[in-house]
Structure formats: C-alpha cells, structure tokens
Write a protein that binds this ligand. Structure first.
Ligand code: OAD
Length: 245
C-alpha cells in the first residue's frame, strides 16, 4: 500500500480536531461530473462570450437570447451527477460540529449529493426570480418557455444567478464572511481564485488564523499565501482528506 503523503495526513489531523470547518468550492469540483469549467480549454462559455450573455445589460437588451443560453445550460446540467468529491464533503459535514459549504457553482450538485449547510454565492440555475415582484421559485422543467413569466404578477422571470457586474446577495455574503472568519480550517477546492469577492474569503480565513488548504489541478494566485496546496483531482484528493479519522 502506498504511504499516505505527509501533507494529506497533516490536513486530516487539522480536520479531525477542528470544531469549525468551512469549504469554498468552484467549477473544478464539478469538472469530473462532466461540467466544463469557466476558464479551462473546454470552458463552457468559450464561443458563447459569457461576459456578453450573463449580464443585466444583455438581458435588458435581448431576454430571449439570454434565456436560450440558460435553457441550453439547464439542459446540459439536468442529467449531471455529483462525483466522489461532492460526496466526500457530505461525509465531512457529518463529522464536523460546525460546517459551512460556500460554493460559487450554480449547478446544484452539492445539494444533489446531500450537503445541507450550503451558501450558493452565485445563485442556482434551477431558481428563477421575477424582475418586478422579486419572487424566487424553483423551476426544474427543461426547457422553460422562450420568455417565462411570473405566475403572481405576469412580469418576466430571470435566472436567479449572479451575473457579471452584479453584487452578491448581502445576506449570503455576510454568512460567507462569518463562516470564513470563524473557521479553524478552510478547504478551497477547484477554484481559479480570480473572481471577487469569493476568492478573497480564503484570505479572510487565513488572516483570522485558520489553516487554509487548496485542492486544485494547478497553482492559483493564492497558492503561496496558503498553508498547504494539494495538486491533483478533487475527486481523488477530497475523499482522501475525509477518510482515516
Ligand atoms: P474556473 O473555471 O475559473 O476555475 C476552475 C478551477 O478548477 C481551475 O483553477 C482549475 O485548475 C481547477 N480544476 C479543474 N478541474 C479540476 C479537478 N478535477 N480537480 C480540482 N481542480 C480542478 O472556475 P471558478 O473558479 O469556479 O462566476 O470561477 C469562478 C466564477 O467565475 C464562477 O462562479 C463564475 C465565473 O465567472 C459567475 O458566474 C458570477
């Protein structure tokens, strides 16, 4: 049997003795489920110019086009299943007294896996919001009508996701900052750490004295500031961190 790498063992020890653990995930944790990452070679939005479609301006200008894009994404995500990394985080939540999962992903895979205390910083692809009465509802049918409307007030629905140039929900951001400030260990999994304010949550945790561990295929702009960087696939590494203690 191969020896357990020292770094993995260190992280296991930290997790095993921590009362509060916070995890921040990005598109990389869903890559092994078949969801393309944003900035990878097969980036979901390459060729689709996400910065043009996933914006309030694009929606105001051409809501049908934006809804076609989101219907396509919903079709892509509907059959996708959680992978061993998502599943390991469910087991971690069961072991740690206080556990918070902060995700930048809108794919719903953490919930599908069974995680409970989740903050979806960028929203959820299966939720819609009325642009007038702001009512949020879960709508799982695929595709939605070309221009879906609110059953309450009749105005247009939009995806309940955070678009480029939009602020995060203040309540979500507050929960995320609190969980980052108060944790003893933070795992940062599969994020390129370039989109703020999510990326800086790792530094908030670090400044408050938490052990911060990155799991990624490669180094990120934050790697040198963190305690441990584990380079490899989340689906292989995350289960190893959660086992054996
Ligand atoms: P990115 O696509 O920017 O980064 C994905 C990261 O995952 C990269 O650092 C990869 O090296 C890593 N990665 C890929 N496959 C992996 C694997 N199997 N195991 C471990 N790591 C892997 O995605 P995000 O960081 O999530 O925002 O992007 C952040 C935000 O930018 C998104 O939420 C989205 C986007 O613009 C909004 O939509 C508002």
């Amino acid at each position: 049997m191969p020896l357990t790498p020292l770094e993995i063992q260190r992280v296991r020890d930290w997790l095993a003795t921590a009362a509060r653990v916070t995890v921040l995930t990005g598109a990389g944790i869903s890559a092994e489920s078949g969801v393309p990452t944003f900035r990878g070679k097969d980036g979901l939005w390459q060729g689709f110019r996400a910065t043009e479609l996933a914006t309030p301006e694009a929606f105001a200008h051409d809501p049908k086009l934006v809804w076609r894009f989101y219907n396509w994404r919903r079709e892509l995500l509907a059959p996708v299943k959680p992978n061993p990394a998502h599943e390991a985080l469910v087991r971690l939540e069961g072991k740690v007294p206080q556990f918070t999962l902060l995700t930048q992903n809108i794919d719903d895979l953490h919930r599908k896996a069974g995680s409970r205390n989740i903050v979806e910083l960028h929203g959820n692809i299966w939720l819609v919001r009325c642009i007038r009465c702001l009512r949020v509802a879960r709508k799982e049918e695929v595709p939605l009508p070309e221009l879906p409307t609110c059953p309450e007030c009749g105005d247009l629905l939009r995806p309940h996701v955070v678009w480029f140039g939009e602020a995060l929900d203040p309540a979500d951001l507050e929960r995320a900052v609190d969980a980052s400030r108060s944790c003893e260990v933070m795992l940062v999994i599969g994020t390129s750490a370039v989109v703020q304010p999510a990326a800086s949550l790792a530094l908030v945790a670090r400044e408050r004295g938490a052990r911060v561990v990155e799991v990624n295929l490669e180094a990120t702009p934050y790697t040198h500031l963190l305690d441990v960087a584990l380079h490899g696939k989340a689906g292989t590494l995350v289960p190893q961190l959660v086992e054996g203690w």
